[in-house]
Design a protein. Structure first.
Length: 256
């Protein structure tokens, strides 16, 4: 039988966990965002970058949208400026400067194997922030692998360490369809989840007007893809097809 003092200590510990978790979320909820576009939804957050505060999310969350609405978990609308930053490399990231928002997460300068990480995302696109807890499994130059059970809608959300610093941005999940029998019992051979690193990214500047142009190009190419798949399933001249995409993209940038 456990002693009364042991039970009392355990109850105190549970109360401490509940209070600390509540306070932790209360401190960060203003900086966790739900993003709604005209054709898609996703997640985002406020990040402190170079002395300013920016909406951080994935490019695939906002590119292709002709209108973007951002709100935090308190229902406050988040105003965006015209300043947009893209990485110089292939990372699926975008930063849009916030107008009146003056808080945000700092980015960690140290990522370690096995460290606990938590993500807060718009899981399933249901406009509800969900907490997912896991740990870092792998570290690369541009990506981090983790085992938080993130799903569609979580794209663009922050993966935070225990100090609430950004480790990565939730980006993608991969399912291995050709599993080797020798490896089938390994957890990473099922669904693997990856976030994009922001700490060592280099940025170039554009603006919202240019982003809308990119979205227009994206939508035209998407429609062309659908048409090609429906009408030209046996079409093999991929060079001409690529050129047609390129010409159409340039046309989208030409003022009417």
């Amino acid at each position: 039988m456990p002693q009364k003092t042991d039970v009392f200590k355990f109850l105190i510990f549970l109360v401490y966990l509940l209070i600390s978790t509540s306070l932790s979320f209360g401190e960060i909820r203003r900086d966790l965002f739900i993003i709604k576009g005209n054709t898609a939804v996703g997640s985002g957050f406020s990040v402190n970058y170079n002395g300013g505060f920016y909406l951080c999310t994935n490019q695939h969350v906002v590119v292709g949208q002709t209108q973007i609405e951002v709100e935090n978990t308190m229902g406050e609308q988040i105003a965006l400026s015209d300043e947009v930053l893209f990485p110089n490399d292939e990372r699926d990231l975008i930063l849009i400067k916030l107008l009146n928002h003056k808080t945000g997460f700092n980015v960690t300068q140290s990522i370690n194997f096995g460290e606990e990480v938590t993500s807060y995302g718009n899981s399933g696109g249901e406009s509800v922030i969900t907490q997912k807890i896991g740990k870092v499994l792998g570290i690369g130059n541009t990506e981090v692998e983790y085992d938080n059970p993130t799903v569609s809608g979580d794209s663009g959300s922050a993966v935070l360490n225990t100090s609430n610093q950004v480790v990565a941005v939730v980006t993608k999940g991969l399912k291995d369809q050709q599993m080797n029998a020798w490896l089938e019992d390994r957890p990473e051979m099922h669904t693997r989840r990856f976030g994009t690193r922001i700490d060592n990214a280099k940025w170039r500047k554009t603006n919202l007007e240019q982003l809308l142009r990119i979205s227009k190009i994206y939508n035209h190419i998407f429609e062309l893809d659908k048409k090609w798949q429906q009408e030209y399933k046996t079409y093999k001249d991929w060079k001409n097809f690529f050129i047609s995409k390129f010409v159409l993209s340039i046309a989208c940038l030409t003022p009417s």
